[in-house]
Design a protein around this ligand. Sequence first.
Ligand code: FHN
Length: 444
Amino acid sequence: MKRLFFLFVSVLFFVTNVKAQTYTPTLENLKAREVFSNDRFGLFIHWGPFSIPGDGEWVMNNRNITVKNYRRLMDFFNPIDFDAAAWVSMAKNAGMKYITLITRHHDGFSMWNTKYSDFNIMNTPFKKDVVKLIADECHKQGIQLFLYYSLLDWTREDYPHETGRTGQHTGRKGKGDYASYLQFMKNQLTELLTNYGTIAGIWFDGYWDQTAPEGTVDRSPRINWRLDEIYGLIHKLQPRCLIGNNHHLTPFPGEDFQMFEKDLPGQNRSGLSFQQPSQQLPLETCETMNNSWGFNITDTSYKSVKELIHYLVNAAGRNANFLLNVGPMPNGKIQPEFVYTLQEIGQWLKENGKTIYGTKGNIVEPQKWGVITAENKKLYVHLLNVTENETYIFTPDLKEKIISASTFAGGSKVKFKQMHEGTFIYLDGIKTNDTDTIVQLNIQ
Ligand code: FHN
């Protein structure tokens, strides 16, 4: 009997896996992946009642706030200065092609009119469906909308909190019930993919709550998330909708893009990115403008315009999109430091976007001086780190035959020498730019 049971479990496991392995993206999904890859730049928005204490989106966990006390934030969330049109225009003027909006973060608060939880935006004094306001504006202004959805929940009793790594002090007593929680997530995702028009992608987070920390050898989950059911539902409702999961692991079957957090693909400065970049899927990396995702009133460690442009260029050079975050304030405004930086990046992209959008990266390994992006018969050499005294740069492994070279800004002729072991590009006589000197190579 025992044997029979094991056989049954193994067959079940095999069948589930085979089912998961056989994911074949539809043609429209493949097309959407291509569009996404060409977009290169997006806006991440971390916003909700967690913004009120001004201490980041992890405030509930970090300060051990109980569910009962945390729910009070719902009574204070009244962002009277929120203007969806202004946010979307700000993203567009920054040169961003998509927005990824938090719909429900780990605190479990839903930013839309959901039937499946009373911990939602309609029960705040604001009483307006934020997802709808932003979705309508994105559709109107022609920018794509991705929705962030946390698999982890610090509030619900049915989330398997007893095996979770975080949210252990929010006062939950009972045992989780994953079957019930899974059904809840499916219901909510169905709402999000039915009532808000075309959704370009779902951005999952929180899977890691049920695994050993990043960098541990065995990171198998402590619960069976049954992601194939969730992914299947999404692709059934909107086949072109791209699925990404910030599990900090190699992509699973059913996922349409791979993401990195606070790291360029191939780097692991954050300690979260042990996974290898996928060669097949579109890539994305996300980063904050200071050190916080959600609004943090004391965090003034703002990254400079130059640093963030370098991040964008470095991401494109590695074939990845850059998803840059803002944590709007509880009144619905985005702080002026962020607005200014986004305007400046937008200005830079107006002049140099041709070398970023629709390009491919990984033409050569990233070099000390910078990276190369490519489009049709043009290579753009981005000189991000060259000093006044450097008279040339050298790039190994450039297979393409160069016909001519010039500065991207101004079109002045640039000297070069292509040899068996690599290519020399001479910098004497060319006007360098402190942020990024771009040399255009026309190739055969
Ligand atoms: O815990 C979250 C965090 O709050 C934030 O949302 C980031 C964004 O990538 N992801 C998680 C940590 O991996």
